[in-house]
Design a protein around this ligand. Structure first.
Ligand code: ATP
Length: 286
């Protein structure tokens, strides 16, 4: 009988992203707040039994070889766990690609999680060690709960208190942004710490105080993106006309998202955005 392993792979937004330092090796140190968005997800299915690693995907243009993080995660797991791979992997993508929503990282983490839950070869710590080799955001997706991240985004402090569900709307303008471009074009004068802001943000999240959360949201990477891609500003302005609280770019873009006061506000905002930008994917969390 053929065995299938399957998992939904959630997207994320960064409610806060401060670049605190540029390292000599070119990487950036961050203080960021990852918030998982399971309402926007891919589905990953691994069929066991066919020799080798094969990958298929519903979206044309997504690489199906070692350029795909899924493929690299599978190969890394095989070598770390000393297993001969026999995995036929299908990726059903709904998370827009190169969109600042962490799609590839989430898919890669799902491969590590699913294979390890089946073969039970590595500890969680070992899995995390391999995850960061695939990408700075991958460790977060091994256990995707709201978390503050430091280092290059890989040192995680899960937020201990149960925080409220945040109504929000996400809209993707259907053009990709490479994370490399966003970091290369970050203005040097923005780099630095923001003492005390994360503490205030965590307090506001615990109170469920949407206005304060929105007031504290920040993304160092978005300024260069708004300059380079005027469409992002048009989307932001349109969201503001429909009671969006603080439209902002997620991660390195190109997705713009905004918190809303209530689920009903989020539904109304999503409807307005679908009407104004019928060609763009709009996601609602209510
Ligand atoms: P992040 O928010 O972590 O910076 P992102 O959401 O902006 O990432 P991804 O969707 O992960 O970006 O894709 C970035 C690049 O990686 C794309 O150019 C794509 O070709 C490649 N890629 C590799 N693996 C995947 C995957 N599983 N899904 C989508 N893109 C992938």
């Amino acid at each position: 009988m053929t065995l299938f392993l399957s998992s939904a792979t959630p997207a994320k937004v960064n409610l806060f992203l401060k670049v605190t330092a540029r390292r000599p090796d070119g990487f950036h140190e961050l203080e960021t707040l990852f918030y998982p968005v399971p309402e926007v997800c891919d589905t990953l299915t691994i069929e066991l039994g066919t020799p080798g690693i094969k990958l298929s995907c519903n979206v044309p243009g997504v690489p199906l070889d070692e350029h795909n993080l899924v493929w690299r995660a599978a190969e890394m797991f095989a070598s770390a766990a000393k297993i001969t791979p026999e995995w036929n992997i299908h990726l059903e993508k709904r998370i827009p690609v190169a969109a600042g929503l962490g799609g590839g990282s989430s898919d890669a983490a799902a491969v590590l999680r699913l294979l390890n839950s089946h073969y039970n070869k590595l500890s969680f710590q070992e899995l995390a060690k391999y995850a960061v080799k695939l990408g700075a955001d991958v460790p977060f997706f091994l256990s995707p709960v709201p978390a503050v991240a430091y280092g290059i985004g890989d040192k995680l402090a899960p937020i201990p208190d149960k925080i409220c569900k945040l109504p929000m709307v996400l809209i993707n303008p259907l053009f990709p942004v490479s994370a490399k471009w966003a970091y290369t074009n970050l203005e040097t004068e923005r780099i630095g710490e923001a003492p005390g802001v994360m503490e205030k943000m965590l307090e506001a999240l615990c109170r469920g105080d949407m206005e304060s959360i929105a007031g504290l949201m920040h993304n160092d990477l978005e300024f260069a993106l708004f300059k380079k891609f005027p469409l992002l500003g048009i989307i932001r302005d349109e969201m503001l006309k429909h009671s969006a609280l603080h439209p902002m770019v997620s991660g390195s873009g190109s997705t713009v998202f905004s918190l809303c006061r209530t689920g009903r506000d989020a539904d109304n905002l999503a409807a307005a955005m679908r009407k104004r930008f019928p060609e763009f994917p709009v996601f609602v969390v209510n």
